[in-house]
Design a protein around this ligand. Structure first.
Ligand SMILES: *[C@@H]1O[C@H](CO)[C@@H](O)[C@H](O)[C@H]1NC(C)=O
Ligand SMILES: *[C@@H]1O[C@H](CO)[C@@H](O)[C@H](O)[C@H]1NC(C)=O
Ligand SMILES: *[C@@H]1O[C@H](CO)[C@@H](O)[C@H](O)[C@H]1NC(C)=O
Ligand SMILES: *[C@@H]1O[C@H](CO)[C@@H](O)[C@H](O)[C@H]1NC(C)=O
Ligand SMILES: *[C@@H]1O[C@H](CO)[C@@H](O)[C@H](O)[C@H]1NC(C)=O
Ligand SMILES: *[C@@H]1O[C@H](CO)[C@@H](O)[C@H](O)[C@H]1NC(C)=O
Ligand SMILES: [Ca+2]
Length: 572
């Protein structure tokens, strides 16, 4: 009986069934992949829930435009032999008439392995079945850090591997087969598989590209990879403030930021409030020129996530500028050796934010939340997210980087530079990163692109190897953008909202993305269409700021590469 229903429904699905005909729990149960699809995995058929939504209105996001569509949501659980675990998956499947032989995995941000239903519309609107995983963390809302420790001192290692790369691999393998089964696709029909996510989701994307050939293409934004360095580096700004012995009021840092943007905006050839060339800013702008400039900010009552602050007025001090310079020069140990690199000038001073103590009337240095949690929970294995800045010396940071690097080299670090498997199968990558990112240094993506280039094309010149890599892995820096989104400090900056569409065009129709489409999503120029230059070319506006060219500028490129001489091993 079941077999009959299944074969009838599969035929129906193939023959363009309505959503209601196929979006039933019984049908979803019948098309679950077989347990053996991955060794040791057992599906729980009783966990399957299917529900149809018609004319769903998905709002415009930074990574996809607004759209209306119908979909079937299918959720179910599986477990791993020998572990008493439950891993939840959810897929949104386009109605059969809109399905375009595509599958999309999506990822998380921060300590989350998924973005809930925020990321799923990005695929469904292009006729792709789109998936999220809960990593086995208890629910789609539970984050990795809440399950990482079994007790103080005892790591839940399976959760580390799941977050590191395993859960995403399983989701893709299962999701692709589920897609084939649901629509009754013939084996001979190509199913295109994609990925799209930013930040931690960008790292999750690279975790797969570095190991598997399961996707035809991936959009990876501002990946939080080189994890051991990335997380400790969040503490650098506050460590500098401690060392200098000054806790600048936020208004003073914002004034320095505003003056930096104003001075560096025109260096790219177009005065539009956007610093498209932070490298020229590094080369030509002297932060010391801001000393003595007056700043003034009104009192704020605080609210969601920010504490109340009094009115702040004063003049930019030499100490604040000393701090700003040291932050931008990047983490160095007490011998002055470079441990990592920092954000670009024009990035918001996010890690440097001080807090106001209303009892003492003083501003106080505060550890970045994610940096603090990294050290306390993930290195010291204590069930807490706090860290005293008194414990954070420059050399302690180096020790923490080494410790995290060794402990998580095979799970979270995510900088394996040989992508032969993925490339050999014809995989393509569009990697984007905000030029003014305040959370993951833009230079981090540049360094990884360059590591892949030099590891995979060791015998070619820089130009030839860059060309060879750019045939299938392209990096686009996004002028004026912050972390995975446009910046409120540089309203006229463009953002590449249709990158997945570009990737699909490239993979399926061979449309090569020489430059990347981007649109101004806010401010006076909202709707203006621009394009982004592929690394290592850099944007330069000519003809009085009306035409953007992509130029090769060695002096600028040199500002993006760092000799991390604090470490003897290569840092990819
Ligand atoms: C779908 O929803 C939009 C509003 O989001 C509405 O304008 C449109 O008429 C609806 N279409 C159908 C077929 O119901
Ligand atoms: C999306 O997630 C939110 C929050 O979890 C939920 O309220 C909403 O119903 C979800 N929408 C759909 C279409 O699943
Ligand atoms: C960690 O602390 C949280 C809240 O403080 C508590 O709910 C949780 O059970 C603790 N976890 C462990 C493994 O101790
Ligand atoms: C910085 O610039 C923004 C946007 O132009 C403005 O709203 C803000 O008041 C300025 N802040 C300071 C401290 O000058
Ligand atoms: C685990 O460590 C945290 C942070 O030091 C501490 O607050 C908590 O009491 C410890 N839990 C146990 C069971 O000792
Ligand atoms: C990029 O923009 C151009 C010009 O608007 C347009 O013709 C092209 O279709 C866009 N490409 C993609 C993939 O959206
Ligand atoms: Ca500009």
């Amino acid at each position: 009986m079941r077999a009959l229903i299944v074969s009838t429904l599969v035929a129906v699905a193939q023959a363009v069934a309505s959503l209601d005909e196929v979006c039933t729990t019984a049908y979803a149960q019948s098309i679950l992949p077989e347990d053996g699809i991955i060794t040791g995995i057992t599906f729980d058929a009783s966990s399957v829930v299917a529900s149809a939504t018609t004319n769903y209105s998905s709002a415009s996001s930074d990574f996809f435009p607004a759209a209306n569509f119908d979909f079937c949501a299918i959720q179910f659980a599986y477990s791993h032999a020998g572990l008493d675990d439950t891993v939840l998956l959810e897929f949104w499947l386009p109605s059969p008439v809109n399905f375009q032989n595509r599958y999309l995995s999506t990822g998380g941000g921060g300590m989350a392995i998924n973005s809930g239903n925020d990321s799923l519309p990005g695929g469904v609107q292009y006729g792709a079945v789109s998936g999220i995983t809960d990593g086995g963390f208890g629910s789609f809302d539970n984050e990795f850090d809440s399950v990482f420790l079994l007790a103080n001192g005892t790591v839940n290692w399976p959760s580390v591997f799941m977050f590191g790369y395993q859960a995403h691999h399983e989701m893709t393998v299962i999701g692709k087969q589920l897609t084939r089964n649901f629509y009754g696709m013939a084996d001979s029909t190509k199913l295109y598989a994609y990925y799209q996510a930013c930040s931690e989701g960008g790292r999750e994307g690279w975790s797969q590209i570095q190991r598997y050939d399961e996707w035809d293409g991936a959009v990876v934004g501002a990946p939080a990879f080189r994890f051991a360095f990335q997380q400790v580096a969040h503490l650098w700004s506050a460590a500098v403030e401690k060392q200098v012995g000054y806790a600048p009021p936020p208004c003073e840092l914002t004034k320095i930021l505003n003056l930096t943007i104003a001075a560096c905006d025109p260096l790219d050839g177009r005065t539009d409030g956007v610093v498209s060339r932070t490298d020229l800013c590094k080369l030509h702008f002297d932060l010391k020129t801001t000393i003595g400039e007056e700043y003034s900010c009104a009192a704020s009552s605080g609210g969601m996530g920010s504490s109340a602050a009094p009115a702040q007025t004063g003049k930019v001090s030499a100490k604040a500028v000393e701090i700003a310079e040291a932050i931008l020069n990047g983490p160095k140990n007490s011998k002055g050796q470079q441990m990592y690199f920092s954000y670009q000038p024009s990035a918001t001073w996010s890690d440097a934010q001080t807090t106001y103590n209303s009892d003492t009337g003083e501003w106080e240095v505060e550890a970045s939340g994610i940096g603090a949690e990294w050290v306390t929970r993930f290195l010291n294995l204590l069930n807490s997210s706090s860290l005293s800045m008194d414990d954070v010396s420059y050399d302690a940071m180096q020790t923490w980087i080494m410790e995290g690097w060794q402990m998580y080299e095979d799970t979270l670090q995510t900088t394996w530079p040989d992508l032969s498997t993925f490339h050999g199968a014809g995989g393509k990558v569009l990697h984007i990163h905000g030029e003014s990112d305040y959370s993951v240094p833009t230079a981090s993506s540049v360094r990884y692109w360059d590591s892949v280039r030099s590891v995979m094309y060791p015998d070619l010149s820089f130009t030839k190897s860059a060309d060879a890599l750019n045939d299938w892995y392209r990096l686009f820096l996004v002028p004026g953008a912050g972390h995975c989104s446009p910046s409120s400090d540089q309203l006229n900056g463009p953002f590449p909202q249709t990158t997945l569409k570009t990737l699909i065009e490239w993979v399926e129709n061979g449309v090569f993305p020489t430059q990347l489409n981007a649109t101004v999503l806010q401010g006076d120029n909202e709707g203006e269409e621009q394009t982004l230059c592929a690394w290592p070319l850099r944007p330069l506006w000519t003809k009085k700021g009306t035409v953007m060219e992509c130029v090769y500028d060695q002096t600028s490129l040199d500002t993006w590469s760092y000799d991390l001489d604090a470490f003897d091993l290569p840092v990819y």
